[in-house]
Design a protein around this ligand. Structure first.
Ligand SMILES: Cc1ncc(COP(=O)(O)O)c(C=O)c1O
Length: 469
């Protein structure tokens, strides 16, 4: 059997390279369901690598459900492995209104609706290794109720990571481990509501899935328009908002970065009003054109609550994130809020993440996925320019989504409805607006589609759009 595996001995991690090549071949159905793979010994000889490399790759793909091994019949491509057969068998789950996403139900062949990461890149082997390490080293005492703000080892690792990568200014006392950015919002907003805040300014447009969560914290939301420099601070100033939530690293959904001028204005606004900025460090890890820009928290550590998580870099299911609070009484108040909520995050997972960070494994994983997503973004941009040149691409080369503005007068909802007939899932920007109108547009989450799939999908979309004219 001629397997589509090309190895680059210089870039190391041969098992990962074999895994990725095989996984892509299976997902793109170049390897059919039921196809029998060569024995580990035969493939190792063929590729000139040690047998252990192939064993590790086969084990990883078996754990992910792409391969199955039966005594006597060797290793075969599992029947649930092809993307198509998986999606065909999935039931369409109801859209859970208040949640971030409607479960994993994907009725479309090409689904651009969510900016979720490619979950097949989750480093299962490394996570297992880190969990094993956590189990082997955790003290008995740490298996009890620990500090609700998190395990010290992880807080230390996150502190140095944020200082190193995001130019944050923080000490370990100000860093709390939380269940994702979502819980950061809840903790920070509850803490601020005890200090009298109740009107929250949010970017318009912004991610509508968080809206229910924010309102549930008893805040009224005020939409403030976003232009190519980010949130309009002059218009924020005209509102009676007493706290603001922003995504300055990569605005969701327009994809712009908050300009240096606006960052300074926003900090001045917070100082003048004697209030706070809630900074969602959304997509900060995924900048493809340059190093990530420093966070606003680094400019004004006394005025900013900084939130981040591993939902994009590893997987949302881990529910692991961090909240950096301003110096002062806020650390204690944050711990109190967290203990009122749920007494803290799972301890073993926190130790496992700390181990990935301490050993450099997390950074290596990020570098690998960043390369993958960059290639996908380039493929999407290329396909849009080729097949739909009148669609205007917005935003910087970053993140896991792209925002496209449609020609004036286009009905984005109609395009989405028609695309659905070609099994292409699209998300119009309308649902993300609060009050301020903006041109018709679509938000394209591309992380879960291969370069080939992206190109095929956009070509097919262009055919359907042309038919609608
Ligand atoms: C704007 C925004 N911020 C943050 C997140 C990540 O949330 P969490 O860390 O709670 O998974 C999401 C998830 O979709 C999002 O849309």
């Amino acid at each position: 059997m001629d397997l589509p595996i090309i190895l680059d001995a210089r870039s190391g991690r041969l098992a990962v390279q074999v895994t990725v090549s095989l996984r892509d071949a299976i997902r793109q159905q170049r390897l059919a369901v039921g196809a029998r793979l060569p024995s580990t010994r035969a493939l190792a000889t063929d590729l000139g690598v040690s047998r252990g490399v192939i064993v590790e790759a086969y084990e990883q793909l078996t754990a992910e459900g792409y391969l199955e091994t039966r005594r006597g019949s060797g290793t075969r491509v599992a029947c649930k492995s092809s993307t198509e057969s998986v999606s065909r068998r999935r039931k369409v789950a109801p859209n859970v209104g208040g949640g971030w996403e409607p479960d994993r139900a994907i009725p479309f062949r090409y689904d651009f609706r969510f900016s979720t990461p490619d979950l097949s890149t989750f480093p299962r082997g490394r996570w297992l290794w880190a969990i094993r390490h956590a189990l082997a080293t955790v003290a008995h005492a740490d298996l009890g109720y620990i500090n609700p703000c998190g395990v010290l080892a992880l807080r230390e690792e996150i502190t140095s990571y944020l200082r190193r990568v995001n130019a944050a200014v923080c000490d370990v006392e100000e860093v709390a481990i939380v269940a994702g950015v979502a819980q950061s919002f809840v903790v920070a907003l509850r803490l601020l509501s005890r200090r009298g805040c109740k009107r929250l300014a949010v970017e318009d447009p912004s991610g509508y899935r968080s809206r229910g969560l924010l309102e549930n914290c008893a805040y009224s939301l005020i939409g403030v328009p976003v232009d190519e420099e980010g949130i309009r601070v002059d218009m924020l100033d005209r509102t009676d908002a007493d706290v603001v939530l922003v995504t300055p690293a990569h605005q969701f959904p327009t994809g712009v970065v908050l300009s240096p001028r606006r960052r300074a204005e926003l900090v001045q606004w917070a100082r003048r009003r004697n209030t706070f900025i809630l900074e969602d460090n959304y997509d900060a890890e995924f900048r493809y054109d340059r190093e990530p820009v420093g966070c606003i928290q680094g400019l004004a550590p006394d005025r900013v609550f900084l939130a981040g998580s591993v939902s994009k870099s590893l997987a949302p299911a881990l529910r692991l994130g961090w909240l950096v609070v301003p110096k002062g009484p806020y650390s204690d108040e944050c711990c109190a809020e967290r203990s009122f909520l749920d007494l803290g995050s799972p301890v073993l997972d926190q130790y496992a993440l700390a181990h990935l960070l301490a050993t450099g494994t997390y950074d290596r994983h990020l570098r690998a996925v960043r390369r993958r997503y960059r290639a996908r973004r380039d493929a999407l941009v290329g396909a849009l320019q080729q097949y739909l040149p009148s669609w205007r691409i917005h935003g910087i080369a970053a993140g896991l989504h792209l925002y496209v503005e449609l020609p004036e007068g286009t009905d984005a909802r109609d395009i989405a409805d028609r695309a659905a007939h070609a099994s292409i899932g699209l998300e119009p920007i309308d649902s993300m607006r609060l009050a301020h109108p903006s041109p018709p547009g679509l938000v394209l989450g591309y992380a879960r589609l291969s370069e080939e799939e992206l190109s095929t999908a956009i070509k097919s979309l262009a055919r359907h759009v042309a038919k609608t004219k």
